[in-house]
Ligand binder design. Structure first.
Ligand code: PXP
Length: 248
């Protein structure tokens, strides 16, 4: 039997609301603890170079307070790698980052940065951190991820989530499914995330090899109406329903 799908709850946008007013609330750490009580298997936070939402002190407090596991998302820069090596989260996901973007657009170019990423991945692994690379489901990137020594990839589901018609969504779903098989052959653990909602998570959650989904924006948005606990439960129920056929 495949292990249950793990839900990593991204608390960035709790900090977005706080930073909009420069207050000390709402607290992403409190949100993280509530998400854990509701069944989250991990907490994700992205410390961006421009510190637009999560701040350095949030990462320190999350590292101290999270009892499941902390997944620190960072750009592959010397500053961020140094922070990760100091904080030593359980997991570290390397993502591309451009200052002007609204959110993480597209995956990391692993194939184009093999040498640099090999060193960074080795440095993080030396610190006892499980490294994942956030990539598009492109065969070249998946093969490159294995080559640079990353044990885990997180497939970018943004194109799937943003698809405006059924055929575009089906095409991207096919790419993701093929990418998962290729990753499995390469011995990689496969996670996924970006743009997932209760309405679109089903087909992604139903992929048998999928180990973890990292979901933030839609959960924080639903928490306005259901509370954090209710929003996490709602997402877990949607994931579990999609995997019912895999049980037993
Ligand atoms: N995974 C990664 C690597 C991301 O960069 C993000 C966005 O920060 C997410 C997952 C979560 O995406 P969303 O907020 O759209 O659920």
């Amino acid at each position: 039997m495949r292990p249950m799908l793990r839900l990593g709850v991204n608390v960035d946008h709790v900090a977005t609301i706080r930073q909009a007013r420069g207050t000390d609330y709402p607290d992403p750490v409190m949100a993280a603890l509530e998400a854990e009580r509701a069944g989250a298997a991990g907490i994700t936070a992205h410390l961006r170079e421009d510190r637009r939402h999560i701040q350095d002190h949030d990462i320190d407090r999350l590292a101290a307070g999270v009892t499941s596991k902390l997944n620190l998302e960072i750009a592959a820069t010397p500053e961020m790698v140094e922070i990760a090596r100091r904080v030593r989260p359980a997991d570290c996901c390397l993502v591309p980052e451009r200052r002007e973007e609204l959110t993480t657009e597209g995956g990391l170019s692993v194939d184009g940065n093999r040498e640099r990423l090999t060193d960074i991945v080795a440095g993080l692994r030396d610190a006892g951190i499980q490294v994942s690379l956030f990539i598009d489901p492109a065969p070249r990137e998946i093969e490159a991820a294995a080559d640079v020594g990353a044990p885990v990839i997180e497939l970018h589901t943004g194109t799937y989530a943003d698809a405006t018609d059924d055929s575009a969504r089906a095409r991207e779903m096919q790419r993701i499914t093929e990418g998962v098989l290729l990753a499995e052959q390469a011995g990689l653990v496969v996670n996924a995330g970006h743009g997932l909602t209760v309405g679109n998570v089903g087909p992604i959650a139903a992929i048998p090899q999928m180990v973890e989904l990292n979901i933030g924006h839609s959960i924080v948005a639903r928490a306005l109406f259901l509370g954090m606990h209710g929003a996490v439960k709602e997402m877990l129920n949607a994931c579990n329903a999609a995997r019912e056929h895999l049980q037993g």
